[in-house]
Design a protein around this ligand. Structure first.
Ligand code: 5AD
Ligand code: SF4
Length: 433
């Protein structure tokens, strides 16, 4: 039986799809790369905004003609939408044959096999706050970078966010399992790992906190670069900042979601920090690592946000100068606290504010790239440039795509490149020996 997996949403979903691949392959179910070969299509889904859900529902609708032509084709939904919408997914679209929640992936082979025996809708979305998928070694699908899940779930309950409801309570994986997995990954030739969790800074397993985990990962010989997402500003300790600065493999790159620059809105979001605290952390990070790239997430038009409050977000973004910002307009999620607030803003206001943030950040990002001209950067060469086969492309430690003249033999290697230009959001440079 051939299974095709289509993944939406965050890196955690990418990692979960790799886990699911491993679970399926362990019972000899084959995972295929071409949807045309599939007997089963699995959609691994995201619920973080309504738009993300609408997109997947649209995609599933698109596949209905394939289902009509291939009578026995089955369609399943896993991930956050499966957890959130459960059986309702089958009411919304009766062509969905199975729904499996984020803690039940080990049941997938059984559910899929059963489907071909008796053709009725299957659903298992039981919450298991202890499930960490111990002993399942994911099949990493990237070429140079591998995602390693270090914890699952979230306890923060930011008032806008559906994740604590879909992914359940926080739980950390065993330190030894993480270290073993990363060692193996390195031996397979991945030089770059990204540690994953909804809030990696609260990693805790038997007195090993996140700072200590980073120290230990830094000692693994077989890897060369370490990144991690996502960090929560309220939990990013001085100790972690220090370990980042001291550990040669930890890249000068941090994603730190600010969400808003206004203290009242931050409190309504239940974020647990003030704008001053956030600003202080960015200062500490830049003092410890002058070359660090800081990226962020911002929500525009949270319920009740006034023009003045929005302006504070705008001003703080301008002051901090992020390397990049993922900006979103607020999307109400049923079941969250914020969805119950009575002061939701009209779509036009949310959209207009979002547009302002996008324009602001475009200018800042362009400037940040221009600032790199003249610097010498270490590039992990990943592929031939899309524009010319005489040029190679790779990423710097601060996660900027860099293109330079060179040949294929450099792919998979680390080289030093002097930056000569910034074209849009790509750096151009030349190899130095
Ligand atoms: N509406 C808009 N953006 C949201 N995010 C999370 N929930 C919502 C929502 N309801 C954004 C946050 C988070 C990122 C992953 O998605 O900025 O950091
Ligand atoms: Fe959502 Fe907040 Fe948890 Fe991030 S930390 S997943 S925004 S509740």
């Amino acid at each position: 039986m051939n299974i095709y997996i289509e993944t939406y949403g965050c890196q955690m979903n990418v990692a979960d799809s790799e886990l699911v691949r491993s679970i399926l392959k362990s019972v000899k179910l084959s995972v295929v790369e071409d949807i045309a070969d599939a007997d089963v299509i699995i959609f691994n889904t995201c619920s973080v905004r309504q738009h993300a859900e609408d997109r997947v529902l649209g995609r599933i609708n698109n596949e209905m003609s394939r289902k009509r032509n291939k009578k026995n084709l089955k369609i399943g939904v896993i991930g956050c939408m499966a957890q959130r919408l459960d059986k309702k997914l089958n009411e919304m679209n009766s062509n969905i044959d199975f729904v499996v929640g984020v803690d039940q992936y080990k049941k997938l082979p059984e559910i899929i096999t059963d489907l071909f025996d008796e053709d009725d809708f299957k659903c298992n979305t039981l919450v298991d706050d202890k499930e960490i998928y111990k002993d399942i070694y994911p099949i990493h699908t990237g070429k140079f970078n591998a995602f390693v899940t270090i914890m699952r779930g979230c306890n923060n309950f930011c008032s806008y966010c559906i994740v604590p409801y879909t992914r359940g309570r926080e739980r950390s994986r065993l330190t030894a399992d993480i270290i073993n997995e990363i060692t193996k990954i390195g031996e397979k030739g991945f030089n770059d790992v990204t540690l994953l969790g909804q809030n990696v800074n609260s990693y805790n397993y038997k007195n090993v906190n996140f700072a200590e985990l980073l120290r230990r990962v830094n000692k693994i010989d077989s890897i060369k670069r370490i990144r991690f997402v996502t960090s929560h500003p309220k939990d990013l300790s001085d100790e972690v900042i220090q370990v980042m600065a001291e550990s040669e493999k930890v890249c000068e790159h941090l994603h730190l979601a600010m969400q808003s620059g206004d203290d009242e809105i931050l409190a309504k979001m239940n974020r647990g920090y003030t704008s001053q605290h956030f600003l202080n952390i960015t200062k500490k990070l830049r003092k410890a690592m002058p070359n660090i790239a800081i990226t962020t997430d911002i929500i525009a038009g949270f319920p009740g946000e006034t023009d003045e409050q929005f302006q504070k977000t705008y001003d703080l973004m301008k002051k901090i100068q992020f390397d990049y910002a993922f900006t979103f307009k607020y999307s109400p999620r049923t079941g969250t606290k914020a969805a119950e607030f009575i002061d939701h803003l009209p779509e036009e206001i949310r959209l207009a504010r979002l547009q302002k943030l996008i324009e602001l950040q475009q200018d800042i990002t362009t400037l940040k790239y221009k600032e790199q001209i003249g610097k010498i950067k270490e590039i992990y060469v990943e592929q031939v440039s899309k524009k010319s086969d005489k040029e190679m492309a790779g990423k710097s430690r601060d996660f900027k795509i860099t293109v330079f003249p060179g040949d294929r033999s450099l792919i998979g290697k680390f080289v030093k490149v002097k930056i000569t230009d910034a074209v849009g959001w790509t750096l151009k440079g030349e190899l130095i020996n």
